[in-house]
Design a protein around this ligand. Structure first.
Ligand SMILES: [Zn+2]
Length: 224
């Protein structure tokens, strides 16, 4: 056993010496590789800086092209605005004169007097006396008129560009029908008291707005 241990020790020493030698060689080679790499990197950098200058030159040339485009863009913007004016609302009007008494809140439930519970509110409630005129918030086509189980007599108008407005809690005297083309400000009906869900609130218009199939806050578009 002892002999074996003694035999092993010199072997280990020799092995360590060999490993040291190899490591020194390896380190040396690593340094040489590193230094050569650094040289390559330096040369690469210098090589890169030259094309970068060329690129910047190219970019400056390329920048001139977009400026030509941007000169064209205002025209296309104007065209878009014209399209917007003709086919979809560029500006909106309030559907009825009055203050917002219940804000749009689809994420945080708010208190409903009628239902005595907290619930989301998919539109804004605009206070107005009974039979106040309700007008189209923008030009569009009436999609449908119906009596909603919860929100009462309702008119839905498509304004193009993904915008749909919905007017609820109207009186039963609705002045438009589906397919009618309306201009901004055209009277579509009057304030009623037909919403079961909001019957305990003072008379008001429940007004919803959709953009591309999703509810949006009307206050983001209309200056109430
Ligand atoms: Zn409401």
């Amino acid at each position: 056993m002892r002999h074996n241990i003694k035999d092993k020790k010199p072997m280990d020493k020799a092995a360590i010496a060999l490993i040291l030698c190899f490591s020194v060689v390896a380190l040396a080679s690593v340094f040489t590789v590193k230094s050569s790499l650094d040289k390559i990197n330096l040369s690469d950098n210098t090589d890169i800086t030259v094309p970068q200058k060329n690129e910047t030159k190219d970019k400056s040339v390329a920048k001139r092209v977009p400026t030509v485009d941007s000169q064209d863009n205002p025209q296309s913007n104007i065209q878009n605005q014209n399209n917007g004016n003709s086919s979809s609302p560029s500006t909106w009007v309030v559907p009825v004169d009055g203050l917002i008494t219940l804000e749009y809140s689809t994420e945080l439930p708010i208190y409903s007097k009628t239902l005595n519970q907290y619930m989301v509110h998919n539109g804004v409630d605009i206070a107005a006396p009974l039979d106040s005129r309700v007008q189209a918030a923008a030009a569009g086509t009436v999609v449908e008129t119906y009596k909603d189980d919860r929100l009462g007599y309702t008119v839905k108008i498509n304004h193009g560009n993904g915008f749909i407005t919905t007017y609820s809690n109207l009186s039963d005297k609705i002045l438009v029908e589906s397919g009618d083309v309306v201009k901004k400000g055209d009277v579509i009906g009057g304030i009623g008291d037909t919403s079961l869900f909001e019957s305990a609130d003072d008379s008001h218009l429940h007004f919803q707005m959709e953009k591309d199939g999703s509810l949006v806050n009307p206050s983001d578009y209309i200056d109430f």
